[in-house]
Design a protein around this ligand. Structure first.
Ligand code: CMC
Length: 372
């Protein structure tokens, strides 16, 4: 075993061959099935990207309509909602979601199948079910009945409308839809790797997705978006945020929403785009200018102090806040959006499977004897 091949955190290690996406840091482009992710965010909707991820091509009008219908009419078994209602409301929303995703398997007669075509076929239903569960998580924890999606509304409108329980404007739906696309797929982050590792044992999509929810909860990964919002609220103003960041850095604490394994000394292109989305939302709603100013100040301080740039979570958090989304749902929404990319990876893993089974550099003792 060559210890020279060891890379802590698997930094720089190539762990999969994929046709789904690639972070091209030289060209500063996130490639998704051949398209630039930023162009997709600016020009198409989340449902198109779901089609692109699953079918390997952008959907035509008929396929798009079919997908939107499947996403909006996917039924969540009543008993999954009953299981959720039994959980302590104080349990973290990602833990409740993890339980629900796992429970969904019990209501799919083909749950155990690791056949890629079967998984591709049921993927829209799963994405729709997960979105409806996420949209109803807070309501169920509060003892209220879940609201199913309305087939008369678009997927993004349904998702946002169900969460905030009020009519939503076209500008709000567009901002939310853009965030869903931004989160839909991003090569091989920890959660996608976790899903592919589980899938590589020929375990089914439910197991792989459940592992991905567990991974995504962590504050170094998906959990960063809610942590960003708590930090912005704790600060309350641009001056106070600058002070808070400087204090945290002096204590050697990490500032959530900054840094990225792949983009460490560059701006995450998705963050740049979500910053535009935030600006547009502030203009459309006529509110939130202070929040935008605060975020820009934080960005400037971190760049000056650490040479670090914001990642997607830094600008997604204030967008969600202005949309009145409860903070506990920020990371579950990340998972709901990413379920499309995750399912594409699970399908791909099962279509070209090889079991993941790496080795270690052993640093423990040897030669110990029982009773000696
Ligand atoms: N705040 C302060 N310092 C940081 C930060 C940060 N957010 N991120 C990295 N650093 C410093 C770190 O202290 C280290 O400095 P030094 O070399 O002086 O010890 C250096 O940068 C390298 O950090 P690392 O931990 O070795 O790098 P990594 O690739 O393991 O970490 C990361 C990547 C995302 C875990 C890290 O940047 C971080 O903890 N960020 C905050 C959490 C966050 O925002 N996560 C969301 C990531 S993007 C959305 C997603 O895909 O999940």
């Amino acid at each position: 075993m060559q210890s020279a091949s060891y890379s802590p955190g698997l930094e720089g290690v190539i762990a999969a061959e994929t046709r789904i996406s690639f972070l091209d840091t030289e060209q500063e482009e996130i490639v998704v099935r051949g398209y630039n992710l930023l162009e997709l965010i600016r020009t198409v909707g989340y449902v198109d990207v779901v089609g692109l991820l699953l079918d390997e091509q952008l959907p035509d009008a008929q396929r798009r309509q079919q997908l939107e219908r499947e996403l909006c009419t996917a039924e969540v078994p009543q008993r999954v909602y009953e299981i959720l209602a039994l959980l302590p409301p104080a349990m973290h929303a990602m833990d409740r979601l993890r339980t629900a995703v796992s429970a969904l398997a019990g209501f799919d007669p083909n749950a155990n199948s690791a056949d890629p075509e079967e998984e591709r076929r049921k993927a829209p239903r799963l994405i729709g079910q997960i979105a409806q569960i996420v949209a109803n998580l807070t309501r169920i924890a509060g003892g209220q009945p879940p609201i199913p999606f309305d087939p008369q509304r678009s997927f993004a409108e349904n998702f946002l409308h169900t969460i905030v329980a009020r009519e939503v404007s076209a500008a709000e739906v567009r901002a939310f839809d853009q965030a869903l696309i931004a989160y839909s797929e991003h090569e091989l982050p920890n959660s996608t790797f976790a899903a592919r590792v589980v899938a590589s044992t020929l375990a089914d999509a439910y197991g792989a997705l459940t592992a991905a929810v567990a991974s995504l909860k962590g504050p170094l990964h998906g959990g960063a978006n809610e942590a960003v919002m708590y930090m912005l609220l704790e600060a309350g103003s641009a001056d106070a945020l600058e002070r808070l960041i400087r204090e945290k850095l002096a204590r050697k604490e990490r500032i959530m929403g900054f840094g990225h394994r792949v983009y460490m000394r560059r701006m995450d292109p998705r963050a740049q785009l979500l910053k535009e989305t935030l600006r547009e939302l502030v203009a459309a709603k006529g509110t939130g200018a202070e929040l935008l100013e605060m975020c820009e100040r934080g960005e400037a301080v971190m760049h000056a102090e650490k040479g670090l740039y914001p990642n997607l979570d830094y600008y997604a958090a204030p967008v969600y806040y202005l949309l009145d989304i409860p903070i506990e749902l920020y990371t579950p929404i990340f998972f709901a959006a990413r379920s499309a990319g995750l399912l594409a990876h699970i399908v791909e893993q099962h279509a070209q499977n090889r079991l993941y089974r790496p080795r270690v550099v052993y640093t423990g003792p040897r030669g110990l004897r029982v009773g000696a």
